[in-house]
Write a protein that binds this ligand. Structure first.
Ligand code: TXA
Ligand code: MG
Length: 327
Protein backbone atom coordinates (compact mmCIF):
# COMPACT_ATOMS: atom_id res chain seq x y z
CA UNK A 1 0.00 0.00 0.00
CA UNK A 2 1.42 3.36 -0.96
CA UNK A 3 -0.51 5.47 1.50
CA UNK A 4 -1.52 4.40 4.96
CA UNK A 5 -1.90 5.82 8.42
CA UNK A 6 1.05 3.52 9.17
CA UNK A 7 -0.87 1.08 11.25
CA UNK A 8 -1.54 3.65 13.95
CA UNK A 9 -4.91 4.96 14.96
CA UNK A 10 -5.85 8.46 13.82
CA UNK A 11 -7.24 10.32 16.84
CA UNK A 12 -6.12 13.94 17.30
CA UNK A 13 -7.63 16.72 15.19
CA UNK A 14 -4.26 17.24 13.51
CA UNK A 15 -3.84 13.57 12.67
CA UNK A 16 -7.41 13.48 11.30
CA UNK A 17 -6.75 16.50 9.08
CA UNK A 18 -3.50 14.99 7.77
CA UNK A 19 -5.12 11.66 7.01
CA UNK A 20 -8.12 13.34 5.35
CA UNK A 21 -5.83 15.53 3.21
CA UNK A 22 -4.02 12.45 1.94
CA UNK A 23 -7.27 10.54 1.47
CA UNK A 24 -8.80 13.41 -0.47
CA UNK A 25 -5.94 13.29 -3.00
CA UNK A 26 -6.37 9.54 -3.36
CA UNK A 27 -10.14 9.86 -3.91
CA UNK A 28 -9.87 12.75 -6.37
CA UNK A 29 -7.33 10.83 -8.42
CA UNK A 30 -9.73 7.88 -8.70
CA UNK A 31 -8.27 5.73 -5.90
CA UNK A 32 -9.78 3.65 -3.10
CA UNK A 33 -9.72 4.60 0.59
CA UNK A 34 -10.86 2.34 3.41
CA UNK A 35 -12.57 4.69 5.86
CA UNK A 36 -14.06 4.09 9.28
CA UNK A 37 -17.78 4.72 9.82
CA UNK A 38 -19.88 4.12 12.92
CA UNK A 39 -21.19 0.84 11.44
CA UNK A 40 -18.31 -0.92 9.64
CA UNK A 41 -15.32 0.20 7.55
CA UNK A 42 -16.27 1.28 4.03
CA UNK A 43 -14.26 0.95 0.82
CA UNK A 44 -14.72 4.47 -0.53
CA UNK A 45 -14.34 6.00 -3.99
CA UNK A 46 -15.65 9.07 -5.81
CA UNK A 47 -19.24 8.10 -6.65
CA UNK A 48 -19.20 10.31 -9.75
CA UNK A 49 -16.13 8.64 -11.28
CA UNK A 50 -16.92 5.52 -13.34
CA UNK A 51 -13.50 3.96 -13.27
CA UNK A 52 -13.08 4.60 -9.53
CA UNK A 53 -16.43 2.92 -8.86
CA UNK A 54 -15.47 0.04 -11.16
CA UNK A 55 -12.33 -0.43 -9.04
CA UNK A 56 -14.49 -0.98 -5.94
CA UNK A 57 -16.27 -3.90 -7.61
CA UNK A 58 -12.96 -5.32 -8.78
CA UNK A 59 -11.22 -5.01 -5.38
CA UNK A 60 -14.08 -6.74 -3.56
CA UNK A 61 -14.82 -9.34 -6.21
CA UNK A 62 -18.37 -7.99 -6.06
CA UNK A 63 -20.98 -8.90 -8.70
CA UNK A 64 -21.80 -5.86 -10.88
CA UNK A 65 -25.56 -6.26 -10.31
CA UNK A 66 -25.15 -5.38 -6.63
CA UNK A 67 -25.57 -1.60 -6.17
CA UNK A 68 -23.54 0.58 -3.78
CA UNK A 69 -24.58 2.99 -1.04
CA UNK A 70 -23.46 6.60 -1.43
CA UNK A 71 -22.26 8.50 1.63
CA UNK A 72 -23.14 12.18 1.86
CA UNK A 73 -22.44 15.13 4.15
CA UNK A 74 -26.17 15.67 4.68
CA UNK A 75 -29.56 16.00 2.99
CA UNK A 76 -28.45 19.03 1.04
CA UNK A 77 -25.74 17.11 -0.78
CA UNK A 78 -28.03 14.10 -1.21
CA UNK A 79 -30.68 16.20 -2.98
CA UNK A 80 -28.41 16.73 -5.98
CA UNK A 81 -28.48 12.97 -6.61
CA UNK A 82 -31.83 11.57 -5.38
CA UNK A 83 -35.44 12.75 -4.98
CA UNK A 84 -36.65 13.35 -1.43
CA UNK A 85 -40.35 12.80 -0.64
CA UNK A 86 -41.88 14.18 2.58
CA UNK A 87 -41.52 10.69 4.14
CA UNK A 88 -37.82 10.60 3.20
CA UNK A 89 -37.38 14.06 4.78
CA UNK A 90 -38.98 12.83 7.96
CA UNK A 91 -36.63 9.84 8.17
CA UNK A 92 -33.56 11.89 7.33
CA UNK A 93 -34.43 14.44 10.04
CA UNK A 94 -34.92 11.73 12.64
CA UNK A 95 -31.97 9.47 11.88
CA UNK A 96 -29.16 11.35 10.08
CA UNK A 97 -26.32 11.32 10.79
CA UNK A 98 -26.57 7.64 11.66
CA UNK A 99 -26.93 4.06 10.48
CA UNK A 100 -29.99 4.46 8.25
CA UNK A 101 -29.71 4.13 4.45
CA UNK A 102 -32.61 5.51 2.40
CA UNK A 103 -33.23 3.97 -1.02
CA UNK A 104 -34.72 6.81 -3.05
CA UNK A 105 -35.43 7.55 -6.75
CA UNK A 106 -32.31 8.54 -8.64
CA UNK A 107 -32.57 12.04 -10.13
CA UNK A 108 -32.57 12.00 -13.90
CA UNK A 109 -29.79 14.57 -14.03
CA UNK A 110 -27.79 12.82 -11.32
CA UNK A 111 -24.05 12.91 -12.11
CA UNK A 112 -23.48 9.66 -10.22
CA UNK A 113 -21.75 6.82 -12.02
CA UNK A 114 -24.38 4.44 -13.40
CA UNK A 115 -22.43 1.58 -11.85
CA UNK A 116 -23.41 2.85 -8.38
CA UNK A 117 -27.05 1.93 -8.86
CA UNK A 118 -26.29 -1.14 -10.97
CA UNK A 119 -29.03 -0.44 -13.47
CA UNK A 120 -31.75 0.36 -10.89
CA UNK A 121 -33.63 3.66 -10.94
CA UNK A 122 -32.96 4.12 -7.20
CA UNK A 123 -29.90 4.93 -5.09
CA UNK A 124 -29.11 4.05 -1.46
CA UNK A 125 -27.94 7.13 0.47
CA UNK A 126 -26.69 7.64 3.98
CA UNK A 127 -24.95 10.22 6.15
CA UNK A 128 -22.44 8.44 8.40
CA UNK A 129 -22.16 9.49 12.04
CA UNK A 130 -18.37 9.42 12.14
CA UNK A 131 -16.02 12.39 12.30
CA UNK A 132 -13.41 10.97 9.89
CA UNK A 133 -15.96 9.88 7.28
CA UNK A 134 -17.79 13.21 7.49
CA UNK A 135 -14.61 15.25 7.28
CA UNK A 136 -13.51 13.30 4.21
CA UNK A 137 -16.85 13.71 2.41
CA UNK A 138 -16.83 17.45 3.11
CA UNK A 139 -13.23 17.73 1.89
CA UNK A 140 -13.91 16.06 -1.46
CA UNK A 141 -17.27 17.85 -1.81
CA UNK A 142 -18.91 14.91 -3.49
CA UNK A 143 -20.53 11.67 -2.41
CA UNK A 144 -18.44 8.61 -1.69
CA UNK A 145 -19.65 5.23 -2.90
CA UNK A 146 -18.68 2.73 -0.21
CA UNK A 147 -19.60 -0.89 0.39
CA UNK A 148 -18.23 -2.66 3.45
CA UNK A 149 -14.45 -3.04 3.04
CA UNK A 150 -14.28 -6.84 2.83
CA UNK A 151 -14.06 -9.42 0.07
CA UNK A 152 -17.55 -10.00 -1.33
CA UNK A 153 -19.40 -12.56 0.83
CA UNK A 154 -16.94 -12.32 3.73
CA UNK A 155 -17.23 -10.97 7.27
CA UNK A 156 -17.55 -7.16 7.47
CA UNK A 157 -14.59 -5.25 8.97
CA UNK A 158 -14.94 -3.36 12.24
CA UNK A 159 -11.22 -2.54 12.67
CA UNK A 160 -8.52 -1.30 10.27
CA UNK A 161 -6.68 -4.56 10.85
CA UNK A 162 -9.64 -6.51 9.42
CA UNK A 163 -9.46 -4.43 6.22
CA UNK A 164 -5.74 -5.07 5.97
CA UNK A 165 -6.30 -8.81 6.26
CA UNK A 166 -9.09 -8.89 3.72
CA UNK A 167 -8.11 -6.34 1.04
CA UNK A 168 -4.65 -4.93 1.83
CA UNK A 169 -2.86 -4.14 -1.44
CA UNK A 170 -6.14 -3.72 -3.31
CA UNK A 171 -6.71 -0.47 -1.37
CA UNK A 172 -4.68 2.72 -1.86
CA UNK A 173 -5.07 3.92 1.72
CA UNK A 174 -6.56 2.70 4.97
CA UNK A 175 -7.54 5.27 7.60
CA UNK A 176 -7.34 3.64 11.02
CA UNK A 177 -10.15 5.13 13.11
CA UNK A 178 -10.15 2.38 15.73
CA UNK A 179 -13.06 0.03 16.38
CA UNK A 180 -16.47 0.85 14.86
CA UNK A 181 -18.94 1.67 17.63
CA UNK A 182 -22.11 0.13 16.19
CA UNK A 183 -20.54 -2.88 14.52
CA UNK A 184 -23.36 -3.96 12.17
CA UNK A 185 -24.17 -2.25 8.88
CA UNK A 186 -26.84 0.39 8.40
CA UNK A 187 -30.53 -0.42 8.27
CA UNK A 188 -31.71 -0.07 4.65
CA UNK A 189 -35.25 1.09 3.87
CA UNK A 190 -36.84 1.80 0.53
CA UNK A 191 -39.13 4.82 0.58
CA UNK A 192 -41.91 4.92 -2.04
CA UNK A 193 -44.54 7.61 -1.48
CA UNK A 194 -45.70 6.96 2.06
CA UNK A 195 -44.53 3.35 2.21
CA UNK A 196 -41.34 2.35 3.98
CA UNK A 197 -40.02 -1.14 3.26
CA UNK A 198 -37.27 -2.74 5.30
CA UNK A 199 -34.65 -4.16 2.90
CA UNK A 200 -31.95 -4.95 5.47
CA UNK A 201 -32.14 -4.84 9.28
CA UNK A 202 -29.17 -2.95 10.74
CA UNK A 203 -27.96 -0.33 13.19
CA UNK A 204 -31.33 1.45 13.58
CA UNK A 205 -33.89 -0.98 15.04
CA UNK A 206 -37.13 -1.46 13.09
CA UNK A 207 -39.12 -0.36 16.16
CA UNK A 208 -37.40 3.07 16.23
CA UNK A 209 -38.33 3.71 12.59
CA UNK A 210 -41.91 2.55 13.23
CA UNK A 211 -42.15 5.09 16.07
CA UNK A 212 -41.15 7.97 13.80
CA UNK A 213 -43.40 7.07 10.86
CA UNK A 214 -46.31 6.06 13.09
CA UNK A 215 -46.85 2.69 11.39
CA UNK A 216 -45.24 -0.65 10.76
CA UNK A 217 -42.54 -1.12 8.16
CA UNK A 218 -43.35 -3.31 5.18
CA UNK A 219 -41.11 -6.33 4.69
CA UNK A 220 -39.11 -6.85 1.50
CA UNK A 221 -40.82 -10.21 0.95
CA UNK A 222 -44.33 -8.65 1.00
CA UNK A 223 -43.41 -5.86 -1.37
CA UNK A 224 -41.49 -8.21 -3.69
CA UNK A 225 -38.44 -5.98 -3.68
CA UNK A 226 -35.13 -6.77 -2.19
CA UNK A 227 -31.67 -5.40 -1.74
CA UNK A 228 -29.96 -7.20 -4.61
CA UNK A 229 -26.93 -7.83 -2.41
CA UNK A 230 -28.86 -9.72 0.24
CA UNK A 231 -27.64 -13.08 -0.98
CA UNK A 232 -28.52 -15.88 1.37
CA UNK A 233 -24.90 -16.76 2.13
CA UNK A 234 -22.92 -13.78 3.34
CA UNK A 235 -20.65 -12.84 6.24
CA UNK A 236 -19.35 -16.37 5.88
CA UNK A 237 -16.58 -17.61 8.16
CA UNK A 238 -14.49 -20.58 7.01
CA UNK A 239 -15.94 -22.75 9.77
CA UNK A 240 -19.48 -24.14 9.63
CA UNK A 241 -22.02 -22.39 11.89
CA UNK A 242 -24.52 -24.02 14.27
CA UNK A 243 -27.23 -21.62 15.47
CA UNK A 244 -29.41 -21.49 18.60
CA UNK A 245 -26.91 -23.62 20.51
CA UNK A 246 -27.56 -24.20 24.21
CA UNK A 247 -24.09 -25.44 24.98
CA UNK A 248 -20.68 -26.07 23.45
CA UNK A 249 -20.09 -29.54 22.08
CA UNK A 250 -16.90 -31.46 21.32
CA UNK A 251 -15.11 -30.02 18.28
CA UNK A 252 -16.75 -26.60 18.49
CA UNK A 253 -15.77 -23.04 19.29
CA UNK A 254 -18.59 -21.06 20.94
CA UNK A 255 -20.19 -17.66 20.49
CA UNK A 256 -22.13 -17.00 23.68
CA UNK A 257 -24.80 -14.42 24.54
CA UNK A 258 -25.92 -13.46 28.04
CA UNK A 259 -25.92 -16.42 30.40
CA UNK A 260 -25.42 -18.95 27.62
CA UNK A 261 -21.64 -19.17 27.51
CA UNK A 262 -19.25 -21.79 26.20
CA UNK A 263 -16.67 -23.37 28.40
CA UNK A 264 -12.93 -23.16 28.21
CA UNK A 265 -10.59 -21.18 26.02
CA UNK A 266 -12.38 -21.53 22.68
CA UNK A 267 -15.38 -19.46 23.70
CA UNK A 268 -16.32 -15.78 23.46
CA UNK A 269 -19.46 -13.98 24.60
CA UNK A 270 -21.20 -11.25 22.57
CA UNK A 271 -22.44 -9.64 25.80
CA UNK A 272 -22.47 -11.31 29.18
CA UNK A 273 -25.08 -8.88 30.46
CA UNK A 274 -27.33 -9.48 27.42
CA UNK A 275 -26.86 -5.94 26.07
CA UNK A 276 -27.77 -6.02 22.36
CA UNK A 277 -25.72 -2.91 21.53
CA UNK A 278 -22.61 -4.46 23.01
CA UNK A 279 -23.44 -7.69 21.16
CA UNK A 280 -23.75 -5.89 17.79
CA UNK A 281 -20.46 -4.08 18.34
CA UNK A 282 -18.71 -7.40 19.07
CA UNK A 283 -20.43 -9.56 16.44
CA UNK A 284 -18.04 -9.41 13.47
CA UNK A 285 -14.80 -9.21 15.48
CA UNK A 286 -15.85 -12.22 17.60
CA UNK A 287 -16.80 -14.19 14.47
CA UNK A 288 -13.38 -13.44 13.00
CA UNK A 289 -11.58 -14.38 16.20
CA UNK A 290 -13.51 -17.65 16.57
CA UNK A 291 -12.91 -18.51 12.92
CA UNK A 292 -9.16 -18.07 13.46
CA UNK A 293 -9.29 -20.15 16.66
CA UNK A 294 -11.18 -22.92 14.87
CA UNK A 295 -8.67 -22.99 12.02
CA UNK A 296 -5.69 -22.99 14.39
CA UNK A 297 -7.01 -25.92 16.44
CA UNK A 298 -8.62 -28.03 13.75
CA UNK A 299 -12.16 -27.35 15.03
CA UNK A 300 -14.81 -27.32 12.32
CA UNK A 301 -17.83 -25.56 13.82
CA UNK A 302 -18.75 -22.22 15.39
CA UNK A 303 -21.78 -22.80 17.63
CA UNK A 304 -23.72 -19.64 18.46
CA UNK A 305 -26.17 -19.06 21.31
CA UNK A 306 -29.63 -17.67 20.64
CA UNK A 307 -29.93 -13.90 20.47
CA UNK A 308 -33.37 -12.31 21.12
CA UNK A 309 -35.17 -10.91 18.05
CA UNK A 310 -35.93 -7.42 19.41
CA UNK A 311 -34.06 -4.14 18.76
CA UNK A 312 -30.60 -4.70 17.28
CA UNK A 313 -31.20 -8.43 17.72
CA UNK A 314 -32.96 -8.48 14.34
CA UNK A 315 -29.77 -7.33 12.58
CA UNK A 316 -27.57 -9.68 14.62
CA UNK A 317 -29.83 -12.66 13.82
CA UNK A 318 -29.91 -11.70 10.14
CA UNK A 319 -26.09 -11.74 9.98
CA UNK A 320 -25.83 -15.02 11.91
CA UNK A 321 -28.39 -16.67 9.64
CA UNK A 322 -26.48 -15.59 6.52
CA UNK A 323 -23.17 -16.67 8.04
CA UNK A 324 -24.73 -20.10 8.61
CA UNK A 325 -26.37 -20.44 5.18
CA UNK A 326 -25.18 -23.15 2.77
CA UNK A 327 -22.51 -21.72 0.45
O1 TXA B 1 -23.33 0.51 7.17
C1 TXA B 1 -23.30 0.35 5.93
O2 TXA B 1 -24.32 0.42 5.24
C2 TXA B 1 -21.93 0.09 5.30
C3 TXA B 1 -21.04 1.31 5.55
C4 TXA B 1 -19.71 1.21 4.87
O3 TXA B 1 -21.73 2.46 5.17
N1 TXA B 1 -22.07 -0.20 3.90
C5 TXA B 1 -22.56 -1.37 3.44
O4 TXA B 1 -22.51 -1.49 2.07
O5 TXA B 1 -22.98 -2.24 4.17
P1 TXA B 1 -22.68 -2.91 1.31
O6 TXA B 1 -22.40 -2.60 -0.11
O7 TXA B 1 -21.82 -3.92 1.97
O8 TXA B 1 -24.20 -3.24 1.47
C6 TXA B 1 -25.13 -2.41 0.82
C7 TXA B 1 -26.41 -3.14 0.54
C8 TXA B 1 -26.28 -4.23 -0.51
O9 TXA B 1 -26.99 -5.36 -0.05
C9 TXA B 1 -26.97 -3.61 -1.73
O10 TXA B 1 -27.59 -4.57 -2.53
C10 TXA B 1 -27.99 -2.70 -1.09
O11 TXA B 1 -27.33 -2.18 0.02
N2 TXA B 1 -28.36 -1.57 -1.96
C11 TXA B 1 -27.59 -0.55 -2.36
N3 TXA B 1 -28.26 0.26 -3.20
C12 TXA B 1 -29.50 -0.24 -3.32
C13 TXA B 1 -30.66 0.13 -4.07
N4 TXA B 1 -30.68 1.18 -4.86
N5 TXA B 1 -31.77 -0.65 -3.94
C14 TXA B 1 -31.77 -1.73 -3.13
N6 TXA B 1 -30.69 -2.14 -2.43
C15 TXA B 1 -29.57 -1.42 -2.51
MG1 MG C 1 -21.24 -5.70 2.76
Amino acid sequence: MSNDTNGSQVKTPMAINDAVDQAKDVILSGGLVAMPTETVYGLAADATNDSAVARIFEAKGRPQFNPLIIHVSGAEMAKAYVEFSPMAEKLEQAFWPGPLTLVLPRREDSPLSLLVSAGLDTVGVRMPDHLIAQTLIKAVERPLAAPSANQSGGISPTRAEDVRQSLDERVDMIIDGGQCTIGVESTIVKVEDDNVTLLRPGGVPREDIGCIIGKQLLNAGDAKIEAPGMMTSHYAPDAVMRLNANSQEEGEVFLGYGKVSGSGEFALNLSQTGDLREAAANLFSHLRALDRMAAAHGLKTIAAARVPMEGLGEAINDRLKRAAAPR
